[in-house]
Structure formats: C-alpha cells, structure tokens
Design a protein around this ligand. Structure first.
Ligand SMILES: C/C=C/C(=O)SCCNC(=O)CCNC(=O)[C@H](O)C(C)(C)COP(=O)(O)OP(=O)(O)OC[C@H]1O[C@@H](n2cnc3c(N)ncnc32)[C@H](O)[C@@H]1OP(=O)(O)O
Length: 260
C-alpha cells in the first residue's frame, strides 16, 4: 500500500514528515490524520528528533478535509464528528509536541490544510503559495480551522478569510502573520532547513521548556502569565544546560548541552 506520509530523520535530528497523496491533493482523510497523529506520537518519544518539518508532495500542500470521503459518509454524523475530533486532536499534538514544528509550504493550503500551517510553530512559504479557508464556498464554514487561525492572525484578518473564503497570496499571509517568511521556490529548502538547523543546535531541554511555556502563557491573564513565566525562568535555571550556557558564555567557550 502507498505510504500516505513519509518520514525521514537526518543526521542533525530534523525529521521531515511529507504528506504524500498528491492525487488527492494531500487532503486530510481519516487515514492521513491517523498517519500524522501516529507519527507525532512516535516523534514525541524519539530522542533522535530535535525539530520537525511538515512538508508535502506535489503542487498542493494540503486541500483540507477529504471531500470525497466526507461525501461518501454524508449520512453519518458519528463518522463526521469522529473525523473532525481526530483532526482537532492531531492539530493539538502539533502544538503540544515538545519539539518545534515548521511548515514547509509549497503550493496551496486550504481549510484544514491552512489550519495545519497555522498550528505549526513556524511556517515558511514559497512565493507562489496561496492560502484560504474556503469552506464557506461549499456551505461548510471552516469551524475547526478558526481555532488556529484566530490565534495566529488578527481577529479581523481571520474573519475575512473565513467569511470570504478567498485565496490570499503568500505575501499577504506573511503580512498577517500566518507564515514567518516567504521565499523564492529555489530558496525554500535552504530557508526551512536553515531555520531547523539553527534551532536543532540549541539545548533540546531549553527549547522544550520554552515551547510549552509559550503556549501556556498565551492562555493566561497578564499578571498570571508574568508570575508563571518567572517560575519557568527560575525552573529553567535548575537545568544543567542553562547553568552550562551561562558559564560557557562568560568563559568565552562553546556550551556543551546535555539536553537536561
Ligand atoms: C472545517 C474544514 C473543512 C474542510 O477542510 S473542507 C475542505 C475544503 N477544501 C476545499 O474546499 C479545497 C478544495 N480543493 C480545491 O479548491 C482545489 O482542489 C485546490 C485549489 C486545492 C487545487 O486545485 P487543482 O490543483 O487545480 O486541483 P483540482 O483539479 O481542483 O483537483 C484535483 C483532484 O483532487 C481532488 N480534490 C481536490 N481537493 C480535494 C479535497 N479536499 N478532497 C478530496 N479530493 C480533492 C479533486 O476532486 C480532483 O479529483 P479528480 O481528479 O477525481 O477530479
């Protein structure tokens, strides 16, 4: 059977997950979501992985949910609810994974595909990439993607995308904060993997503390967030890598991480 998702880890600990069903425009069928979810579960325990890149084969990054699968199950509320809940779970796995996740976007990302990009910690797009939450055009408001979208871009930009369903350019996606960088197609891999390598060189323990704290403090009222992050800093200093990092800086030498 064809692999829906390919997984490769390089020598510096960058694991690339490639959505590999271009003939279905890499849409998030139940089985694609399961493949993604199971890989993320494995990666959470895989000490060889320091950074994850989500990429896709073909000219469409991801066309959202698999509309053919949904059409074949139009009468089954249970199937639909399970599908959308599975999708929500997988998106939360991306956010909760204690390793950074970068979306490498070539081509179009629509609906749940746009949600996947928004759920990643970082995103780099080639200049011809385009983004949309077009559910509204087919009578299916993009309700689950609204969670990640509204937490990444401003409320009005999210509403504009959700209500108009229109495609936006990569340049516009960068302007509104949906992606970090837009680069020429020839520079896409250099930019994505350059970013991933830079992060892979940091202490994994520090990055893990930081990613978790970043999302947790976002959900807190201001005073609570300041209290919480003060505790995170003090706790971070208990770690070998923070103590080593400070001493190495002051001794003018390269730190030796233990990832602890
Ligand atoms: C709450 C969240 C809701 C959702 O996620 S709902 C899904 C919303 N998604 C969409 O509305 C996107 C639908 N797809 C498109 O608009 C276009 O596609 C693209 C812009 C992504 C790409 O356009 P191009 O490259 O020209 O491909 P093509 O000719 O439209 O499609 C090629 C084949 O791929 C199938 N396909 C495209 N998107 C999906 C999909 N989302 N689910 C299942 N199949 C899809 C088509 O039907 C067709 O198939 P065949 O060759 O049999 O005619």
């Amino acid at each position: 059977m064809q692999n829906l998702l390919n997984r490769h880890t390089d020598e510096v600990g960058i694991t690339t997950l490639t959505l590999s069903q271009p003939e279905r425009r890499n849409s998030l069928s139940f089985s694609m979501l399961d493949a993604l979810g199971e890989s993320l579960t494995d990666i959470a325990e895989d000490s060889a992985t320091r950074v994850v890149v989500i990429a896709a084969e073909g000219k469409v990054f991801c066309a959202g949910h698999d509309l053919k699968e949904i059409r074949d199950q139009l009468d089954s509320y249970d199937f639909q609810l399970a599908l959308f809940k599975r999708c929500s779970e997988v998106m939360q796995q991306v956010v909760n994974l204690q390793k950074p996740v970068i979306a490498r976007v070539a081509g179009v990302a629509t609906a749940a595909g746009c949600q996947l990009v928004a759920s990643c910690d970082l995103a780099v797009a080639e200049s011809s990439a385009r983004f949309a939450t077009p559910g509204v055009n087919i009578g299916l408001f993009c309700s689950t993607p609204m969670v990640a979208l509204s937490r990444n871009v401003s409320r009005k930009h999210a509403m504009e995308m959700l209500l108009t369903g229109e495609m936006i350019s990569a340049a516009r996606a960068e302007q509104i904060g949906l992606v970090n960088r837009v680069v020429d197609e020839t520079l896409l891999d250099d930019t994505v993997y350059g970013m991933a390598r830079t992060i892979a060189q940091k202490s994994g323990h520090t990055v893990k503390i930081g990613k978790g704290a970043f999302y947790k403090q976002l959900e807190m009222p201001l005073a609570g967030a300041y209290d919480y992050t003060a505790e995170v800093m003090a706790e971070n200093l208990r770690a070998h890598d923070a103590q080593e990092g400070i001493c190495a800086f002051l001794d003018k030498r390269k730190p030796e991480w233990k990832d602890s």
